[in-house]
Each structure stands twice: as C-alpha cells, then as structure tokens.
Ligand binder design. Structure first.
Ligand code: CP3
Length: 352
C-alpha cells in the first residue's frame, strides 16, 4: 500500500515539506462526541483498547473529521505493566490504578518482560487493523510510555501528586528502581518493535513524569533507559526509515541531552519557545510541538493567533511537526481543532 501523505514522516527526518504537518496528542478522545459514542458501546475504556475493531474506529475518527497528517494507535501506555501482571483498572473518574503495585522486593525481582506478540496481541491486532482501515492515507504512529513514567504508575499504584513511593525508592533503594527500569526498558523495546513489525510507521516514547526529577536523576533514571530503547529499535520497515520521537514533559531545560539520545525528533511542551529550542538542538533533531493545550479553550481567533505564534517561533525551514505541548483536554470544542488544523495547513513562512 503506497503512502499518500508522507509529510509527517519527512518532517521528522528534517526533509523539506510543502506545509507543516500536524497531529495532536490524545487526538482520539472524550472531546469528540463520536468517541464518546463508541466508548459507550464498548462499555469502558479498557474494553475499547482491547477490542481491535473499536480501537480502529476511534483511531480514524479525528483523521476523518480534521484531515490530520498522522494517526496514532488508540491504546494506553499502561497496557505494558498490565501485561506484566499488575492488574490495570480504571476507577470511574479517578484515572488508572493497579491492583498489585510494585512495592516489595520479591515482586520486583519476579518482574519479567512480556512477549508482546502474546500478552499484547490485541495491540498488534489493532495496529494491523488500523493500517488496513487507513489504506495509506496517513502514517500510523505506535507508542509506549518511558520506563520511568511506567515505573511511576507501577510503584505508586496509580496517578500521584507527589510521587512519594517512587521517590522514596529512588533515594533509599535505587538498585530496586534500576531493576524495574531495566526490565521495563526491555519490555518497551520489544513492544515498540512488535508494533513496527505489525505496521507502525513511526514511534513515540511518552515520558510524562521525567520532568519531576532533578537534572541528575533525570539522566540516570529516565533518559539513560530511553536511549537504550532507541538504540534497540528497528530502524527500517517496508523500505522506509521508522522515525522515533521522544517527549519528556517538563524536559525543556534538558533539550540538549534529550537530543543526544538517538531519537529523530524531540517533543517539546509549551513552556519553551520553539525558536529557542531550535537554536539549541534544531540541527540534530526535528521538533514536535508545542501549542499550549489550553489555547484550544480560547475562541477561534485566539486559536489562530497562538498557532501562528508557534509556527513563527519555529521559523522557516524543515524539521517541525506541529502538535500540542501535551494532550488535548476533554473540554475542548472540536470546532476549534478544525480551526487549528486549517491554520497550520494554510500557513506559509515568509519566503517559502
Ligand atoms: O494520543 C492518542 O490519541 C492515542 C491514545 C492515548 C491515550 N493515552 C488514550 C487515553 C495515548 C498516547 C495515551 C498515553 C498515556 N496514557 C499517557 C502519556 C501521555 C500523557 O498524556 O502524558 C499517560 C500518562 C497515560 C495514562 C492515562 N490513561 C491516564 C493518566 C488516563 C486518565 C486521564 C484522563 O483524562 O482521565 C488515561 C486514560 C485515557 N487514555 C483516556 C484516553 C482517550 C481517557 C479514557 C476515557 O475514555 O475515559
């Protein structure tokens, strides 16, 4: 199947493109009425993730509605610890939780990387099904959480305000945390390679919580494991390079280090100007970002103005994938997303 729109893949490799490609983190989600309808049919979020036909349906919803330049696999980062036996569940209104958080040494020693083609087969089935349904319209992004971000949920047992349990482990028993991260890094490498094998055309590592660490701990407990994963990724599939994107929320101060991890592109949150980010690392990696997700809560004029501000901050030349600085809020009006995509697609830098 030939790819009809490869603007996203080209931008990730810093090749020239006719316009700036755009997709949005969490583009399939609760702000879309059609997503809420499919989720209601599924009954709950995890069933939606584990039913390939339904995961395919919601993955394509924002593509059909907005003409985005990439689709992202509908799933969750916590499927990996679930496959490791921690027992993922979503308590209504409370976010993700684990039945068996990793707190004692015996459980940590017993932790093993799952075979993604067996325990996460439903994800690979979804990837194959989504590729068929896309029919080459746009590329499909596969993804995983970073080992540190996954470890946060595994050790805390769910979301956290203060990361008390994982930070206690980091300072008291760093050996145990390293053991979790080591197993998880192997699990994530196998998981992403299985997604590539099933048809993912680019991969992204979400490091949502790396930014809560000190600069030193970030390198030791998050970036080192991300770099290990990137080094183990399948480089090419279907005769094309499979680009990788690393996104550490709150990682703006460490962009130089992140740009050295081997990934093709670095995701940037909204706290850094893309112009500054580009001056610091733009000759080494492409940049993905970085509209403040809250800008989509403004009126159409504010959305246009803020989108243009991001495009102008990056400036002319290749290597920019437009995105939000983090996931889209469920309270966003879908019409504002349409305005955003039109604005990015119509924008031309002076001189281009
Ligand atoms: O980007 C996409 O459209 C693809 C799908 C995707 C989801 N989660 C769907 C989802 C992706 C890439 C993720 C990643 C993810 N999941 C991350 C990393 C990115 C980030 O946002 O920082 C994290 C930390 C998670 C863990 C997770 N999953 C949380 C904390 C929650 C609850 C958040 C909330 O808004 O309630 C989820 C649930 C989740 N994952 C939803 C979606 C669409 C909402 C589920 C629902 O329908 O109720």
């Amino acid at each position: 199947m030939t790819l009809q729109n490869d603007v996203f893949l080209r931008a990730l490799l810093r090749e020239p493109t006719p316009y700036t490609p755009v997709w949005l983190m969490r583009q399939a989600g609760r702000y879309l009425p059609e997503y809420r309808a499919t989720r209601a049919r599924a009954g709950d979020f995890l069933t939606l993730c584990k039913t390939p036909e339904l995961a395919t349906e919601v993955t394509l919803q924002p593509i059909d509605r907005f003409g985005l330049d990439a689709a992202i696999l509908f799933s969750d980062i916590l499927t990996v610890p679930d496959a490791m036996g921690l027992g993922l569940y979503f308590a209504e209104g409370e976010g993700p939780k684990f039945q068996r958080p990793l707190r004692d040494e015996a459980a940590i020693q017993a932790l093993a990387a799952p075979d993604p083609t067996v325990e996460l087969r439903y994800v690979m089935d979804a990837v194959r099904s989504i590729r068929r349904a896309l029919g080459g319209r746009v590329p499909l992004i596969g993804f995983s959480g970073s080992p540190f971000t996954l470890a946060c949920y595994m050790v805390e047992g769910g979301g956290s305000d203060d990361f008390r349990h994982i930070k206690t482990m980091l300072y008291r028993r760093p050996d145990l945390l390293h053991r979790i991260l080591d197993v998880t890094a192997r699990a994530v490498t196998d998981y992403l390679n299985a997604q590539i094998e099933a048809g993912a055309q680019a991969v992204m590592i979400f490091d949502t919580w790396g930014g809560t660490l000190t600069p030193h701990a970030y390198r030791e407990f998050s970036l080192a494991y991300i770099a290990r994963i990137v080094a183990g990724l399948t480089r090419e599939a279907e005769g094309r390079r499979v680009p990788s994107i690393v996104f550490t929320k709150g990682g703006g101060l460490w962009l130089e280090a992140i740009a050295e991890c081997g990934a093709d592109a670095v995701g940037v949150d909204w706290t850094v100007s893309l112009g500054e980010a580009r001056r610091r690392v733009g000759d080494r990696v492409a940049l993905q970002g970085n509209l403040d997700p809250a800008a989509l809560l403004g009126d159409a004029e504010a959305v246009r103005r803020e989108a243009v501000r991001v495009l102008e901050a990056f400036g002319p030349g290749p290597g920019h994938v437009f995105n939000l600085g983090h996931g889209i809020s469920q309270h966003v009006d879908p019409d504002n997303v349409a305005v955003l995509v039109e604005t990015v697609h119509a924008f031309r830098h002076r001189g281009d």
